[in-house]
Every structure is written in structure tokens, then in C-alpha cells.
Design a protein around this ligand. Sequence first.
Ligand code: NDP
Ligand code: PMR
Length: 387
Amino acid sequence: MALQAALLPSTLSSVPKKCSLAVAAKDTAFLSVSQKKVQAASLSVRTRVATTAPVATPGSSTAAKDGKKTVRQGVVVITGASSGLGLAAAKALAETGKWHVVMACRDFLKAAKAAKGAGMADGSYTIMHLDLASLDSVRQFVDSFRRAGMPLDSLVCNAAIYRPTARTPTFTADGYEMSVGVNHLGHFLLARLLLDDMQKSDYPSRRLIILGSITGNTNTLAGNIPPKAGLGDLRGLAAGLRGQNGSAMIDGSESFDGAKAYKDSKICNMLTMQELHRRYHEETGITFASLYPGCIATTGLFREHIPLFRLLFPPFQKFVTKGFVSEAESGKRLAQVVSDPSLTKSGVYWSWNKDSASFENQLSQEASDPEKAKKLWEISEKLVGLA
Ligand code: NDP
Ligand code: PMR
């Protein structure tokens, strides 16, 4: 991380060669000599990562000889595409040749290695720096993305952290409790800013997807394993989730609980998707969706859990609950939500049955409460500086 932070300031990004020169020239004007050295180092990294322009130039639909229009290659931004579900979905989408994937990641070098390791073809993806634990970084990402000149057809808010063993809260650059700061607030700002870009896209089916989870839904067995998710009256969030002289928990409880903070953040993700749907679907035609991809028990999400949990969790999910799903299969599920022509309905929380067929799932009462969604929206707007 330290190496990455030193080499890659957040204004830098990897973009297809076509646009990277323009970005580099513009950026260089504002950089000091030492910064230029840093940028030169990163440019060599980024050319290795994104070597060719997308297969069909994003932004234009091509007229075929018979006069029929061919849909151009879509551009999808996936946050946290450096591991687990995000990486698997990035690979699944890139492999179709129909999508150029922008991998929005906090650790550029890790993402580059992950993409190569997954066998993603050069030119099928672009890596751009995004640290959701900093609202400045979110804004810089949006700026870099716009400068790269690509259209935006789909956005997947996938990145997350889970801190089940943490006894005390940690905080984002803006001072918000980390799990809610990264999983909800960072994505809330990103989605709000990029909505403008999605509205400009001429792609036939534009989709904005936010990952939810079964553990945030108390209408399920998994959602009833303590600690249970619950936002209460949002008083902790309204007070700024600061911790000192206040609460780091959304419901305002005095004691910090890392597992609950994650589950609470997932309720926020599902409520945000529905509020986006209510506010923007009719006006923009954009499809808003959330999903529970299955229990992907092998991912990095559980990296902070105790070793015994990490050992037993995958076989427990495979053989006892039978809720287990491989990273590759979960990636295909998410890819479906991005691009399957049959999943265009907006406001839906998708899940999959045993035969891996998708269905519209029921959210818990709290995760589908419109009043709470509105209140969450208004408080979140203030916290990220939009109101
Ligand atoms: P992983 O830990 O494998 O992936 C999470 C990704 O988020 C990583 O790429 C990580 O980056 C990134 N990330 C973390 N913090 C930040 C940050 N501050 N800024 C930018 N990126 C960040 O977990 P999963 O693949 O399992 O999780 C993906 C999504 O799926 C999450 O939203 C999770 O809630 C959801 N989900 C997962 C389930 C499961 O069983 N695993 C079940 C239900 C939902 P880095 O690689 O640098 O650490
Ligand atoms: Mg859970 C129907 C059974 C089912 C499913 C689908 C999950 C998914 N879990 C189920 C059941 C149980 N879990 C049971 C019976 C137990 C008690 C032994 C149990 C325990 C458990 C723990 C300790 N489960 C967990 C944890 C975690 O730390 C994970 C978590 O809550 O992360 C927030 C987790 C999960 N169980 C799941 C899924 C998908 C997770 C990961 C949660 C997520 O990403 O939202």
C-alpha cells in the first residue's frame, strides 16, 4: 500500500492509450518535478496495463453495411474490481468482448496483477485509482474518468470492507466510520456524481447496480444471526458517525460493532438503490438494481476474520447451508445484472435459486422502507457535501 501510495497519486489513472496522452499532458502542467517523476513511473505501469484501445470505440454506434446499427461496446465501471466478486465480474464482462471494464481500485498495482492473473486481455480493461475511504478521491476519480473521454453505460458499486473483529472504529479521511464510509457514503457520492455521465450515454440499457446482501435482510435466517442489522432512527449517522463524543454506529449505539456496521452499510446500499429508482428511473430510463450474489465464502471480504472462521466458513456454506457460490459463478451472476437483456427491470433486488436462475427477491421491511430511504438519502447528501 505504501509503495502504491507513493507511486500513484489519486489523480493518476490508467486509460486506454488513445486518451491517456491527453490526460497526461494536461496533468503534467500542474505537477512539480518530483511529481512528474512519479507520474513517469506510473505511466510506464499504466501502458503495460491498458495496452490497446477498446475493441469497438466506446461512444459511437457503428452503421453496418446492411444499414442496421450495431450496438457499440459498452463501458462499465466496477469499484473494487481487484479481487473477489468485482474481479470475477470484470473478467466475465470483458471476455464477452461487448464490454470495456473500468476497474476502479484503491491499489493500482494489485489490480493490475489481478487482471493479468485472471487472464483478462490487454485492452479489454482500464484501471483507475479510486479510494472510497476519501471523498476527495471519489471526486478525483470522477474527474479522471471524464477526462479519459469514455462514455459511461453502467456502474457497479461493488467494493466493500468487513471488520468483524474490530473492537474500535477506524475512520475515513473525512472522519466517518470506515465500513459505512467506504461501503455506503463513498458509493453514494460516486453514484450521484456519475448519474450525470450515465444520462449522457446513448447505450440502449444503462444500469446502476449496488451490491446488497442477505445478511442485511432480517427476513432471512442469515439475516438473523447476531449481530442483526438495524439503522434505528439514523441518529448516529445524522450526528456524523464520528465516534468521539458521539456514536460510530448508524443507530447511535454507544458501543462499536464491526460486523453490525457492515450489515448496516448493506441496508444503506439496498435503500439507496430503491431511492435512486424512485427519484430517477422514470426521468432517465436508467435501471437501478441490487443483488445478493450468493455466499462467496472464499473472497478477501473475510480477511480480517479469525483464521478458524476462514477455514470453516467455506465448507459450512458448501455443505451445511448450501448457500455457497464460487467466485467465478458469482461473477457471472453480477455480469448478468449488468448486461442480460432480461434483467432490465428497475428497483429490483436480484437473487439466484439452486439452479442458478435469477429471481426478484423480497427485501426485509427495513431494507425496503421508503421513509427510511428518504431520510438516509438526505443525511447522506449532507455528509458527502451535496447538500
Ligand atoms: P473482496 O474483499 O474480495 O473485494 C472487495 C473489493 O473492495 C476489493 O477489491 C477491495 O480492494 C475493495 N475495496 C475495499 N476498500 C476499498 C476502498 N476504500 N476503496 C476502493 N476499493 C476498496 O470482497 P467480495 O468480492 O466478497 O465483496 C464484493 C461485494 O460483494 C461487497 O459489496 C460485498 O458486500 C458483496 N457481497 C459479498 C458476499 C460474500 O459472500 N463474499 C455476499 C454478499 C454480498 P483491495 O483489493 O485493494 O482490498
Ligand atoms: Mg451466515 C441459510 C443460511 C445461511 C446463509 C445463506 C448465510 C450467508 N449464512 C447462513 C447461516 C448461518 N450463518 C448460520 C446458521 C450461522 C451460525 C453458525 C451463520 C454464521 C455466520 C457468521 C459468523 N454467517 C456469516 C458469518 C459472517 O461473519 C458472515 C457475515 O455476516 O458477514 C457480514 C456470514 C455470512 N453468512 C452468509 C453470508 C453471505 C455471509 C457473508 C455476509 C455478507 O457478505 O453479507
